[in-house]
Design a binder for this molecule. Structure first.
Ligand SMILES: [Zn+2]
Length: 110
């Protein structure tokens, strides 16, 4: 899939609507359109990065900043939804539906 067709790139460029939860210069978080729980959110880099599996040593600053964006998003969800906890996950391999790196934040309720 080319970057131009990538649905997450389109969301990052605001060419497709999404319910944005958190955003900074390099990352954007938005509600999953098929949520497994209330507040299920995806955090993505605005630049097209295909897969977690391809990350290398040189990407460490990117990974660090990505984790900070995930943490900022977690705080927003914590405050808004008051969940029991939040499960944070990255799929790899055939579990991936959209091949643009994304981290799931899934609020868990009692
Ligand atoms: Zn993309």
């Amino acid at each position: 899939m080319s970057t131009q067709e990538c649905v997450f790139c389109k969301i990052a460029k605001k060419q497709l609507p999404a319910q944005i939860v958190y955003e900074n210069k390099d990352f954007i978080a938005f509600l999953d359109i098929n949520p497994v729980s209330k507040g299920h959110t995806l955090v993505i880099p605005k630049k097209h990065v295909t897969d977690f599996a391809g990350l290398v040593e040189e990407d460490k600053e990117f990974v660090y900043n990505y984790l900070l964006a995930v943490e900022e998003t977690r705080k927003v969800l914590e405050k808004k939804y008051k969940p029991y906890g939040i499960r944070i996950g990255i799929n790899t391999g055939s579990l991936i539906e959209v091949h643009h790196l994304h981290t799931h934040l899934v609020p868990v309720y009692k």
